[in-house]
Every structure is written in structure tokens, then in C-alpha cells.
Design a protein around this ligand. Sequence first.
Ligand SMILES: Cc1ncc(COP(=O)(O)O)c(C=O)c1O
Length: 407
Amino acid sequence: MMTTKENILSPIGKEGVGPNEFGYYGTFGGAFIPEMLYPNVDQLKTRYLEIMSEASFQKEFRDLLKDYVGRPTPLFFAERLSKQFNTQIFLKREDLCHTGAHKINNTVGQILLAQRLGKKRIIAETGAGQHGVATATVCALKGMECVVYMGEVDIERQAPNVARMKMLGATVVPAKSGSRTLKDATNEAIRAWINEPVDTHYIIGSVVGPHPYPDMVARFQSVISEEMRWQLKEKTGSELPTHVIACVGGGSNAAGAFYHYINEPSVKLVAVEAAGFGVNSGMSAATTQLGRAGILHGSKSLVMQTEDGQVVEPHSISAGLDYPGIGPMHAHLYESGRGTFLNVTDEDALQAAFDLAKLEGIIPALESAHAFSALKQMTLNEKDKVVICLSGRGDKDLATYMKAMRV
Ligand SMILES: Cc1ncc(COP(=O)(O)O)c(C=O)c1O
């Protein structure tokens, strides 16, 4: 049954979209974890669907999304942008969520789950800092201890979010290995979880990690396309767009925006990866173009790696897309051909951010700017209805925008 705005206590997620019982989407997924984490991951795997379907959980989750996060987020018809591309473009305004990005949909869900599992302490990784802020926020809300791991490079380029996390009471621990970005922060978080598994829940920020994380996070984020369906119906008479476009780091905003359209073959699902300096420059994060099957952070997916399986250091101007893998759901969308994967360079993403600011009065996060730039690579006409997931706002990226010297 399709969820409507009147029917807010419907299940979170639905059958037929997620992985099989072992956590596989096609050949991707699974749970590859060190022995020390078996009890935690096993408990989560056994309990997550049962807890998420409890009426009291659904009520608390939906109430918080409404009154704390500010959902439903608007679906905005972008008139001037539409004119420029001679089509109809709608923006799903996740930038208007409390804390400024879609990440909080997932952290609200996971903190409620952690409470029901009797956990006392939360750890998280973060790249752009949005997931770290969203985690620190729900920890403050629920009075839980919070430790966030973040690469040293990202601590510098996303400084406002580091200050926000600290103000919210979180401890921010720098990750100093590798490229000192999201991959390395995730490594540190997993290491910390192994050292202190009892009473600790790891709130993973994207549709990555061992099963059941990709499915659990996708279900929490599926509220994005759940709303898109009735909002589009109200605005256009049909729940179905022709295209949904979203940027992909690990893939959580894309998973949420695609979720309720995966089984609608007429809807093109367009995922946009970060090309960095260019796909073949050696400084890129376009995983589907450069990766092959491998295991990263607990699941089998496409991973950028050398001949002998060493993970290749990625590069993107946007900290949230600067990751050498993608979630297994997206690897499957890519391999099965259900998803169209494009990529956008640092330079083009910057330009798209400046263009959107002037055309629509909206400064997007650098991650989201990649999704906007993809419009230039697509053939669209005036009958098309395109929804772009505007995953976050650009406040955190002002230093980068100022350096780009276009203002
Ligand atoms: C605003 C924004 N969009 C997108 C992303 C990428 O993450 P995901 O692919 O999980 O949506 C991030 C990650 O930090 C982000 O902050």
C-alpha cells in the first residue's frame, strides 16, 4: 500500500526492495565482520525489522520526523532552472531538514533503535560532518554519549560542522591514516567498535556496512520518496516522475529518493558520482567507473582498488562523496542496469552550485551540487518531470565556495 500523508503509521520501507535474508542485493552485500562484532551485528540483524514494525516505534519515529526534523520537506518546482533546461524540475528540499541535510532521517531512526536495544553509547563516522552533526544532535536529544570519527582533512574543510558537533556535546576524534577522509574515519569507527562493543551502537551514516545496515538505513531514508509520491501527485496529478536524480557518496540520499520508485520501471533512477579532477585523472571517486567487486567496511560491493586489492585513495572536492565505494544496493542498481550512473567533476559541481544560487536563491551542499550538474549531461524535454534530491544546504561549504572566487 502506498503511504499517504494521512497514513503516517505505515511500515517504514517495504518488501521487495531490500536485500535477501543474507543481506544480498544480487551479488552484492552480506556481512563481513570481525568476530568481536558478531554479537552486535547479529542482534541488530535479528531485531531491526521487528523493532521498526512496532507501533510505538513507528509513532515515535514519525512524530520526531514531523516535529523535530520538520518533515515533510517541501517539493519545490524550480521554475527558472526548469526554463534553462526546457523541462520540469522539482527539488526535494532535504536541505530544509533540521541540521541541514537528509542525514538526520537515519540518525533519528537509529537512536530510537539503539535505545530499544539497551545501548548507552553511540559512535559514528562522518565525512562532510552532516552525519556527525545529525548523530550528535539525536544523542543530545536522548542524553546519550556520542563519539564521532572524522578524517583530519575533513575536519579542516568542514570546520563549521566540527564546531557544531562539539557544541552539541560530542567528542570528535581525528582519523590520521590514509587520505584522512571518510574511508579512514569509517576504519577508525569500526576499530573503536571492536574495542568497545558492549553497550555501544555504531550509527553508520549511509547505506554501507554489513547487513542489516544498508537495508536499515535505506528504510529510514525511504521517507524521502514516500513523500515525493504524494507531493508529486498533488502538484502534477501523478505520483511518478520521469527521472529522479541524486548524488551518491555511500548512497543514502539516493537510496531514499529512489526507494519507492525502484519497482516503477518508467522512472529513470540517475545516480551521480564524484569524478574529482576527472574519472581517469587518478584523483576521482567515481566508484562504478573505476571499481570492481571487493569488500569494504563489512560488505561486498564495488570498490576502487589496485590489482592486488589495496583500496585506492579517492578524491572529491566534496567530503561527503570522497569515498572509494558505494553501498551494495547501488552496486546492484548499476550492474543490473536499473540505475543510470553519471559522474561530475569538482569544477562542474562548483559551477552548478553557483548557478543554482543565482537561479533559484538556494545554496546547495557541494555533494548535492553534483546532482544538479548532471542535468547538463542529460537529454530532457518539456514533458519530462525531473525530481532532484537536494540532499543538503551549503553553509558548511562556504569556505570552499569563497576560495573558488566567483563571488
Ligand atoms: C549533504 C550531503 N549530501 C550527500 C552526502 C553523501 O552521502 P549519501 O550518499 O549517503 O547520501 C552527504 C554526506 O555527508 C551530505 O552531507
